[in-house]
Each structure stands twice: as C-alpha cells, then as structure tokens.
Design a protein around this ligand. Sequence first.
Ligand code: PSU
Ligand code: MN
Length: 316
Amino acid sequence: MSARPPLPRRQHAAPPLAFSPEVAAALEQGQPVVALESTIITHGMPWPRNLEVAREVEDEVRAAGAVPATIAVRRGEIRVGLKPAAMEALAREEGALKLSRADLAAALASGATGSTTVAATMICARLAGIEVFATGGIGGVHRGAERSFDISADLTELGRTAVTVVAAGAKAILDLPRTLEVLETQGVPVIGYGTDAFPAFWSRESGLRAPLRMDRPEQIAAAHRMRARLGLEGGQLVANPIPPEHEIPAERLDPLIAQAAAEAEAQGVTGKAVTPFMLSRILELTGGDSLEANGALVRANARLGAQIAAALAALD
Ligand code: PSU
Ligand code: MN
C-alpha cells in the first residue's frame, strides 16, 4: 500500500498592503506608529469638518512623537498611511463603502474603495505590524439588541485581534452595560485611563465602572506585551474620558439620544446605517456641539495612543 501523497499546500500571497513612505520608514526603524480609522471620516462626520478633524488627529499624533497611519481601502489595496490628496479624496467621497470584518476581503478582491471601521482597522493594523490604534468610540451592543441582534463586530474583533485600541468608551447611543458584558465575555480588558469610571463618549462618566484602571501609558504597554507572552489573542480597550472642557453632560444628551433612536426605529433604519444615522441626528439636535466634542475626544485619544506606542517602542 502506498502512502497517500501529501495534499498540495496552498501558498497564500501576501496581504495587499500599501504603505506610505513615512509609515514604512517608521515601522522599519521601530519608531512609534499609531493606526487611525477612516469610517469616522466617511460616515462619522460631515464634509468639510471630517477632513479637518482627520488632519488635526494626525497632527496630534505627530506632536506627541509618533507617526500616524490612517488606514483605508483604495482600489483593492489596504492603504496604511494616506498622503494628503488621498485623505482629501476619501473625505469628499460621497458613496464610500463602510468596511468591517465581513466586507474587507470581498471589497479588496473586487478592487473597491472604502473606509475601515474599528474592526477592519484592527485587522489591517495587525497585518501591518502596528500595535496601537486610536479612534473616537467603538461600536457596541445597540439599545434594543435583544430584538434587533445588532451588536457591532468591533466587540468580537477586540476579542480576537491583538491591537490596543484607545477610545472614549463606547458611544452613548449604545447599551453600555450590555456592551461591557460582551467585552468581558470576549476576554477584552477594558482599562479606564486615569479613571474608575467607564466613559460614555461625549460624557466623562456613564454611571458604570471601568473594569480595570491604569494611570500611565507604560502600564498599558506592559500589559499589551504580557498578553503576547501569554499567547492571548485579542486586544485591549483603553477608555480615555473626553477632556472636561469639551464634555456634553449626559442630562443634556440622553433625551436627544432617545429621540434619535426613536426616529431611527420609526424610519426603519437598520444594520450599518444605524450608527451614521444616529451620529448625524445627534449633531443636528445639539446644533453641532456633538461634532466639536467628537473632534476633541479623538484628538485626545490620538495623543494617548502616541504615548502608548512610544512606551511600547521603549520596551523593545
Ligand atoms: N466613532 C466615531 N464615529 C464613527 C465610528 C466610531 O466617533 O463613525 C464608526 C467606527 O468606525 C465604528 C463604527 O467601528 O462606527 C461602528 O459601526 P457599527 O455600529 O455599524 O458596527
Ligand atoms: Mn451594527
């Protein structure tokens, strides 16, 4: 009896990553790099403020001594680091696709252009060798999820992809207690930065406690490395409260969020469209205040992300 020949092993081609020269050089030299997402540009803020904020956020990362790597999909390639013209084109793009884990491969295979959510940006950052990613707020368990089953893929991604994500908590339009429960089930450390409270995006406190607390970027970097030593898949969520001067009190926002949620339900808004719809309605209902707060918190997260990336580089 002859042994069966081994099955031919499929050789996978490398992922379609295209680095900007600045990011490529930084990664090669082991300099701190911070990944940034792009759905906030295409679906989170209106033109032209989206472009201004995207630039401001990159400037914050640079001022804090790291290199920003805004990630998006362009003509079938994962772009890691956008040149100014590419950033502007994305910000102006009207029908950009919102790409999460489920969409990424199909979009790349068909040569599409789109923005990456927190989940997809984590996947791309890990492929690119970037360990820290700063954003505004992650997706989570939506209110009414017991009926809609609408739970963001951001939560399961945090459970499986080893990137430390800095956010201002989860958006207050979500069901925050259930969001924390799912994160715990997924084994995601949720770290309040300099606070015992779990922040609620536009507000510094949600009434919930952050499961963990750290006060220095070095602690977050050390925990990130320890997870790797333990062979734990999945990332960390750093919850950085919005700077106090930009906070919108929960008492003011709660009724507006309830109104926007009721409108979404009445208009039959579901799936991917829910988060963009809620953000733009809240912008209108707050007369633009939510947009300014959003910009301020992303900038603060970018600074902290740069400090964590620097602390990681110092450990190497
Ligand atoms: N944070 C913001 N604005 C946004 C988002 C986050 O301040 O637009 C985006 C992120 O890309 C996040 C996504 O991953 O919303 C969540 O969408 P969903 O709830 O459909 O998973
Ligand atoms: Mn959803």
